[in-house]
Design a protein around this ligand. Structure first.
Ligand SMILES: Nc1ncnc2c1ncn2[C@@H]1O[C@H](COP(=O)(O)OP(=O)(O)OP(=O)(O)O)[C@@H](O)[C@H]1O
Ligand SMILES: [Mg+2]
Length: 226
């Protein structure tokens, strides 16, 4: 459904104002964004951090994807065929990093990034400097009840759920798999065997979110996030 440009702008401003209000107390704010594969989490998180930063609230995007286990470790564990499932992340490492970001404001805290070109996490990629008021993190399992994901949730100030019309989400997800080298057939098989079981698990967290928003209603554009 098409949405007026002025309504999209209003919704974007509402999100920015919500974070600015949380940050006005002076403590460091950690915003989490969750949602199904391909729903737009990374795009929103990158936009949110960029927009806050350019309007005077120091902000950094710290993706949960940096805590993907390395490919060699996934192969050792026999889990390489379901990369992206809940047991293919270093959840405790992620929780620890969020705790450090919340507590350590007198030094730079470094976060890992995930490089989709090599499909590996890369340590020490994202500096979170002392003047950071807001860290925006995003990923699949921020509202999962299984530990240590409950501990992850407790490190976060708020968690938002990013929704997108299903046919559009699936089309964007497939397009991205193909852009990063999968054939159309392999893409279909991967979505059915890996992404959709993950999506069913993620959807169960929707009711626990502090806020639910529609990705396309924000009209952010595809942006720099892959
Ligand atoms: N407005 C848009 N129009 C078309 N494509 C878009 C738009 N916004 C984002 N995309 C594309 O949709 C795909 C999914 O977006 P994004 O990576 O932000 O989702 P995600 O929820 O982080 O996915 P994942 O769970 O797989 O990490 C990306 O390839 C992105 O470039
Ligand atoms: Mg993403």
């Amino acid at each position: 459904m098409a949405i007026e440009a002025s309504e999209s702008a209003r919704r974007r401003e509402e999100l920015l104002d919500r974070v600015r209000a949380l940050a006005s107390g002076g403590g460091r704010v950690l915003i989490g964004i969750t949602g199904c594969p391909g729903a737009g989490k990374s795009t929103v998180a990158a936009w949110l951090a960029r927009s806050l930063h350019s309007s005077g609230t120091g902000a950094v995007w710290v993706p949960m994807d940096g805590f993907h286990l390395a490919q060699a470790e996934l192969e050792r564990l026999g889990r390489a065929g379901r990369k992206g499932a809940i047991d293919t992340f270093d959840a405790a490492g992620y929780r620890s990093l969020l705790g450090r970001i919340a507590a350590e404001r007198d030094r730079v805290v470094y976060a890992p990034a995930f490089d989709r070109r090599i499909e590996e996490p890369v340590a020490g990629s994202i500096p979170v400097p002392p003047e950071t008021a807001v860290a925006v993190t995003e990923g699949n399992y921020l509202l999962d009840p299984d530990e240590p994901w409950g501990e992850v949730r407790r490190e976060l100030t708020e968690v938002w759920y990013c929704e997108l019309d299903e046919p559009i989400r699936l089309a964007r997800l497939a397009a991205r798999h193909e852009r990063f080298g999968k054939s159309a057939e392999a893409t279909r098989a991967w979505i059915e065997a890996v992404d959709e079981p993950n999506a069913r698990r993620i959807r169960k967290g929707r009711d626990r979110a502090d806020l639910v928003f529609d990705f396309d209603a924000l009209s952010i554009g595809a942006g720099p996030a892959a």
